[in-house]
Write a protein that binds this ligand. Sequence first.
Ligand code: HEM
Length: 239
Amino acid sequence: MTVQLKGKPEVVTIQWIPKYTFMERLGHWLHTATFIPLAITGMILYFPFLEPLAQGEAGLFVRLVHRVAAVIFGLLPIIYYIVEPRRLLLHIREFLPRKEDIGWLKAAPAYYLLGKHEAMPPQGRFNAGEKLNGLMMIITWFIFGITGVPMWFGKGVIPPEIFRWLVVFHDLAMIVSVCMLMVHLYLAVAHPLMWAGLVSMRFGVTSAEYAAEHHAKWYYGPKRAMEIWEAKKREGAHH
Ligand code: HEM
């Protein structure tokens, strides 16, 4: 595909490569579409200053929305992995910790804040930051489920002191996941280096150039990616 940037005469050619399946994109956006009402209705139940909204008819509505959204939010990942089980194996393999994750953590401040690219070792299909985000989302999804289901069906059955702990963990999961969402949203929508992320989650493809730059280990394979990186570092040392 060729594009012409505003105000520039030259034409840029972008080569697209596949990254996400249709199910992955659908699942991602449905999860977003259920997470946001869950967070809003959850906060209405959580913050004392919003208490008027949690009472009477409004309160019933808030609780109904929370429950309907929770069912979809809880089932989506399970349905996705039933429909595309091979992606589960792929994700487990891709999310395992690797040496380059330490390298990412060390290089991230200079890379993201100062734009220093040489320090960043080649990353796989998901870099350490994406892995951390994914891991936190999986952990909080799990906590929402194992605390939320008994909160839904166990009122009056579960001893009050245990019920209180369920609510505390449910609330903690909200605080962590909403904070992660803020970072995720900023990187996906506003950060100047991450433009291809949103394209791939909308259309399923990423630019070859972007993949080579941000996910070299995935794009070139581990060996070639390391050779290219070493060569770049040597070149940098000469200048
Ligand atoms: C599997 C997913 C989930 C289930 C089954 C679930 C279930 C529930 C239930 C049954 C309640 C009690 C509502 C009531 O008072 O009647 C509740 C409250 C709440 N939920 Fe969820 N929920 C889920 C996901 C989420 C998510 C994703 C968030 C936020 C991002 C969230 C935040 C909250 C908060 C803050 C409360 C108020 C707890 C309190 O009273 O302090 N929930 N949830």
